[in-house]
Design a protein around this ligand. Sequence first.
Ligand code: BES
Ligand code: ZN
Ligand code: ZN
Length: 511
Amino acid sequence: MKVSLETGSLAELKAEIIVLPIFFQEDAVKVLTKEPGLDKKLGKAMLAAMKTMVAEEFSGKFGQQLWLPCYETGNLKKLCLFGMGKESDLSANCYRKVGAHLARKLGTLPAKTAAKKNLLSMHLILRGAKVGNEFALEAVVEGLILGSFSFSRYKTQKDESKHPEPFYKRVALSVSGDLSKHKLDQAVKKAVSMGTSTNLARELVAEPPSEMTPSRLAQEAKKIAAKADLEVKIMTPGQIEKLGMGALLGVARGAKEEARLITLKYTAPRSKRTIGLIGKGITFDSGGLSLKPAQSMEHMKYDMSGAAACLAAMQIIGELKPKVSVLMVVAATENMPGDNALHPGDVLKSMNGKTIEVNNTDAEGRLILADAITYAIKEGVTEVIDIATLTGAVVTALGRVAAGIMGSQSLVDAVIESGKGCGEKFWQLPLFDEYKEGLRSDIADLKNAGSRGEAGSSSAGMFIKEFTENLPWAHLDVAGVSWLEREKDEWNKGGTGFGARTLSSYVLSQS
Ligand code: BES
Ligand code: ZN
Ligand code: ZN
């Protein structure tokens, strides 16, 4: 989606749709009259007719929309009053939801009335002193893009109730007020990058597992590298073996599809730091010989959501060029029960030399992350953030509302803070030393799974900690939030791309 931006007075602009936010229990009629230029644009008769409707039908509670037709007003076809909830609760996150709700609504309007030839032209009135105009605009644009996501590659019949794909190729936005054009342009650029890349992550997850294999994931990384000017390296099984990644190769043993180690590098000039972003790329998790029951296996194509978030974050990073360097490492393999599969009881030697007794082949994510983290550290990263759909326990603890986060306190705090700005919630879980006892093995340095039903997410975190060599580290368990059964605000049904925006925001916030 291309977004172009104009600023100017309402009277001069040629938008087809005007969006006017109204706070809860605010006098909407008064706002309509007071907004500079709006009365002129609409005409006296229209305004009078609208006033009645507004007074009768509009409370301003969050999410309420009142679409008023406009007649004989030149280009202008519709005025949309958008309920913002209480002004005291306003944040940029509200504006992101506005964008998403608008996109969904526009998607259901017949193409003719909403836009011509895929061009949507819309004028936004930004209101509310609590949120700077550039942040509000950024959030709306991001929301528009996130809310317009759809995936219908495998549908042979189009859904008539939806706007034909691709959703508006171009959005001509205008905003009024006293605003710096440069700041607003930057805001739009950031929003387009964040929104588009999150949608890319969603697409990668939506692809069937027989398509989105480790080698296909590697191809996608190459495409991103070319587009966003990043360095890409792909390792095949022979090279992975030479590196000594016994844990990754162990997991890959039961699969016909070959494993890949995928790295993307962004180099910032004069950066002393290199942030490591490590993603779990299990393109299908059957559980291996510790086979999952059918119900738990149904959506296990989304077990590469951490990898998808990392790839998307790197695309954003390549486009927006932060001040610190970043190395992304994704370990990609299937977890299958093929005839050469790992047995429960097998012992693997990881890249950093530690031996692991595999007591449960379904706890495969931590095994491949261990080697990916070791590789990143050998390549010189100065801090580690891993993101993975790692445990069912985090879904039990936090549902599909917040991701679990654990690790070094200051890094954890910084990631949580970045998440807040993106509308992505994290909740910290503990890493008490006692959890390590559950990972003690009789024959190896540690085993991969603790006792079922006992602090599963912290136990997994504790396992990963063993491979972080005391670097600042944060572990993001996104098993719940990476997949939704129904859409909500800017979140879509299916793979959500959770984490792409938080990770890139964190990197962009560093100097
Ligand atoms: N990929 C799963 C975790 C998962 C569960 C993701 C539900 C999304 C939704 C992971 O590999 C797994 O199976 N973990 C096991 C670990 C256990 C065997 C120690 C789990 O959580 O049950
Ligand atoms: Zn598993
Ligand atoms: Zn898994």
